[in-house]
Write a protein that binds this ligand. Structure first.
Ligand code: GLN
Length: 445
């Protein structure tokens, strides 16, 4: 009730949600209360939560921020929600860039979400609605997804915690696909302890997702309070001392490095020589996967259908009216990059870069436990500032993309302020070392 009252109070200004589900939330909360009374709930089941509109929710409209899925009601819940026993206290479906492509929520077909710190600024993206909801107190937690930074960057811009788990840690079954080799579901919360708890709820092997890892789920709370003593931290030069990173952001990252040192960690410079090629390689790999994944929206199977004479004309009109400009841009880039004659020059080359990035990380993790960098090169930018310049928008992801390319866990934690706006610092660690990553993050906050 408190969460719903807060939504009533601020949602008109913040606009975090595409769909609100207050009756459903109250009904389920009632059932959770009953079960709690008889002794049987897990802590996370009692927390009101916003769910990014890319996750399938049974009987609740799931649009992916796109007109092409308007009115679509999935017939099942995403596997990531299964540990809530069907009674997740979901407040609603959070706004996002269309098909999770973007860094500001300005690509949503349902309007822009606002940054609660300054309503004239973007909350980041693509999980901008999720981040805005948590930052504005509309519920306690949110789930987002991160393909190139979409959990971490909005978390950074809204002053909250955002964690992208190891690729394969959380099932993608029921998560509407953007770039399948990169997508991962992650918690967005006010502090690191909550992120650990929400990860506990969504992690685990799932036979329905062939990329889900058969690795046992550890206790994510166990190591949390062990402090930074003895941690070997590498400050990544190529993601910190580069053009485009605002001086105010760099200062916060450096102050966090000193704070970690003060807490008993060792901090040294680390190098990821190919990290700077992550961005261009991602913008080949991700669109390539998009061009394939978005082929299913044909007006036959889901959502929008624009009637026409003949099936090809129906496809054409449906996709023309249903997809926004960024989705179309990516489909075209991806189709081109995969086409015969260009495949070797673009896609195959980008995959080679990806391998280099993985090798860089492997070398770095032989010396360091965690790697430190900014999450986003800038603080929250103004609404409209980058909409006409896709490359400026893509530059938001320069620091976050390498972890996706290598499938690594990475977290953004509020590190301080610059110009009165929140700055997130990013910590990355080796595959499946989330307990240690969370411990390091806890030492920062
Ligand atoms: N901003 C990046 C993009 O537009 C990342 C999006 C994401 O992580 N879903 O592709």
């Amino acid at each position: 009730e408190a969460a719903l009252a807060r939504i009533d109070e601020v949602e008109e200004r913040v606009r975090s949600f595409i769909t609100l589900t207050p009756e459903l939330a109250l009904e389920r909360a009632g059932r959770v209360d009953e079960r709690a009374g008889s002794g049987g709930i897990r802590l996370w089941e009692a927390v009101p939560i916003a769910v990014k509109d890319v996750l399938s929710t049974r009987g609740v409209q799931t649009t992916c921020g796109s007109k092409i899925l308007e009115g679509f009601e999935p017939v099942y819940d995403a596997s990531a929600l299964r540990n809530f026993g069907g009674d997740m206290i979901m407040l609603g479906k959070a706004n996002m860039d269309e098909f999770a492509m973007g860094s500001s929520t300005e690509n949503s077909a349902y309007g822009v979400s606002r940054n609660p710190w300054d309503l004239e600024r973007v909350p980041g993206g693509s999980s901008g609605g999720s981040a805005a909801a948590v930052a504005a107190g509309e519920g306690w937690w949110a789930l987002g997804t991160d393909t190139g930074g979409s959990v971490r960057q909005p978390a950074a811009l809204c002053g909250i915690v955002g964690l992208k788990p190891t690729y394969g840690r959380v099932s993608r079954y029921g998560l509407i696909a953007f770039a399948s080799s990169l997508d991962q579901i992650g918690p967005m919360t006010r502090d690191v302890r909550d992120a650990a708890l929400l990860l506990q709820a969504v992690a685990g092997h799932d036979p329905r997702d062939s990329t889900s890892a058969g690795v046992e789920v550890p206790d994510y709370l166990a190591e949390l309070d062990r402090g930074a003593e003895g941690l070997r931290v590498g400050l990544v030069t190529e993601l910190t001392n580069i053009e485009g990173v605002e001086p105010g952001v760099r200062e916060v990252v450096e102050s966090v490095a000193r704070r970690l040192e003060g807490a008993g960690a060792s901090v040294e410079e680390a190098s990821l020589p190919h990290a700077e090629y992550g961005l261009p390689a991602y913008y080949i790999v991700a669109p390539a996967e998009v061009s394939s994944n978005l082929a299913r929206y044909d007006g036959v199977r889901y959502g929008l259908r624009v009637p026409a004479d003949g099936v090809h004309e129906m496809y054409r009109r449906t996709r023309n009216e249903g997809f926004g400009a960024e989705a179309k841009r990516r489909i075209m880039i991806g189709t081109y990059a995969l086409s015969s004659g260009y495949y070797e020059a673009y896609y195959a080359r980008a995959q080679k870069v990806r391998t280099r990035i993985i090798q860089d990380f492997r070398a770095a993790f032989s010396r360091f436990d965690v790697l430190l960098s900014p999450t986003s090169p800038t603080v929250a930018f103004r609404i409209g500032e980058r909409v006409d310049d896709p490359l400026a928008m893509y530059a938001s992801d320069i620091c976050s993309i390498p972890a996706n390319m290598a499938g690594l866990p990475a977290i953004s934690v509020p590190g301080g302020l610059s110009e009165g706006l929140p700055v997130g610092v990013q910590l990355m660690s080796d595959h499946f070392t989330e307990p240690m990553l969370l411990r390091a993050a806890r030492a920062v906050e």
